[in-house]
Design a protein around this ligand. Structure first.
Ligand SMILES: [Zn+2]
Length: 388
């Protein structure tokens, strides 16, 4: 397959270029400058498939912890399959899940070619301490452990075992809770000791997987850095000192702006102040210090926030870093964050995940809205085509 036109390759823009995709290998044959582009592709922009590095397939109707853990597996799977379809049609060719009950199975189905879905880099179950962030404490301990999407582990060896259970089940990423969050309305506090965090990241790195850490608060971010993690997720409370350390250690920042821009019905001055600082200061601290920012929505796939509009993360990020930089984040930088450099970049030998958009998203990210995506190619195979 050969396409020609305006191409954003994941890093820079080619005004008139041609790209050749080998359907059999699923790889890109070449990309090169040309004088003339095909008439039918004029006005479009080709770019790498979009990546959401932080999301969940909770497949629930409401945004509530109890619902997340008690919705039946059948129902949440059906809802999640629909979410996967919407994501792929919206131009997302890769997503990373950060703890849920269905994404390991969905990832296997996608690899087997029996699920219409983005490629799913699944973290399997998240890891948390007993009584930790997403432990549904309204249930008794045994029931909570049985229905949760987290493994609760205490002490380095239990933590290593929890990683190994995920690996045994096919996880391709590891996600940990290094702090609480605002779910449940409490104050934020650190979770898991540095020793436990180090055990988890070490166990992930032994099999060359990336380890991601949910961190709310400056000390949780510090523990994440000292714990040897590859990305700080959410990262509320980021300081310039922490950003400097992250830059040195090549740790990614995933500010999950989409969830913090969500309309909230309740008022919580404590929470709202922390979010305000995150949105007004911390994203700029990360960007100005040179830390790489990846796109992750933290959408869970509930009725009030269905998957499909995940481009919003790049749109929000573009307000800080500009559209071109935000597009890099949503493609090549996110691929790097996942430890998958073969993705997110259109050049010879890379995996042919490519989409086409009406207009030029390198100047306006809102053009990435789902109805504007006219072509989706994953692994060199056309998934959606609304072109002549
Ligand atoms: Zn999350």
């Amino acid at each position: 397959m050969r396409y020609s036109g305006r191409i954003f390759d994941g890093v820079s823009l080619w005004e008139n270029a041609e790209i050749e995709i080998d359907e059999t290998s699923g790889l890109i044959e070449y990309i090169e400058d040309v004088k003339n582009v095909e008439e039918k592709y004029k006005g479009l922009t080709f770019l790498p498939g979009l990546i959401d590095t932080h999301m969940h397939f909770f497949g629930t109707a409401s945004y509530s912890l109890l619902d997340w853990v008690t919705t039946s597996d059948v129902l949440l799977t059906i809802r999640s399959v629909n979410d996967a379809r919407r994501l792929l049609n919206a131009g997302f060719t890769t997503v990373r899940t950060m703890g849920d009950k269905v994404s390991l199975g969905m990832s296997k189905a996608e690899k087997a070619g029996i699920l219409y879905s983005p490629r799913i880099v699944s973290s399997g179950f998240s890891l948390a301490e007993t009584g930790g962030n997403d432990d549904p404490k309204m249930l008794d301990l045994e029931t909570a452990a049985r229905v949760s999407y987290s493994y609760y582990c205490d002490g380095p060896w239990e933590c290593r075992k929890a990683v190994r259970k995920n690996l045994r089940n096919g996880a391709e990423s590891i996600k940990v809770y290094a702090s609480t969050s605002f779910v449940g309305g409490g104050l934020i506090k650190d979770e898991l000791t540095t020793e436990e965090l180090q055990a988890i990241s070490d166990e992930a790195h032994r099999v060359r997987l990336k380890a991601a850490s949910h961190a709310y608060g400056a000390s949780a971010i510090d523990n994440t850095i000292e714990g040897g993690f590859d990305s700080v997720e959410h990262g509320l409370g980021l300081t310039e000192e922490a950003a400097e350390k992250m830059l040195k250690r090549k740790i990614f920042y995933v500010p999950t702006l989409a969830v913090y821009n969500r309309k909230r019905e309740d008022v919580n001055p404590y929470r709202d102040e922390i979010i305000k600082r995150h949105l007004e200061k911390e994203v700029n601290i990360a960007f100005n210090s040179g830390v790489k920012i990846a796109t992750g929505t933290d959408y869970v796939g509930s009725d009030n926030e269905p998957h499909g509009n995940n481009y919003i993360e790049a749109l929000l990020l573009s307000k800080y870093v500009g559209p071109l930089e935000a597009l890099k984040s949503a493609t090549s930088i996110s691929a790097e964050c996942l430890g998958r450099p073969e993705l997110g970049f259109l050049s010879k030998g890379k995996v042919a995940d490519m989409i086409a958009v009406r207009g030029d998203p390198t100047t306006d990210i809102s053009l990435l809205r789902p109805e504007n995506i006219v072509l989706v190619i994953k692994n060199g195979k056309v998934q959606k085509k609304e072109l002549n």
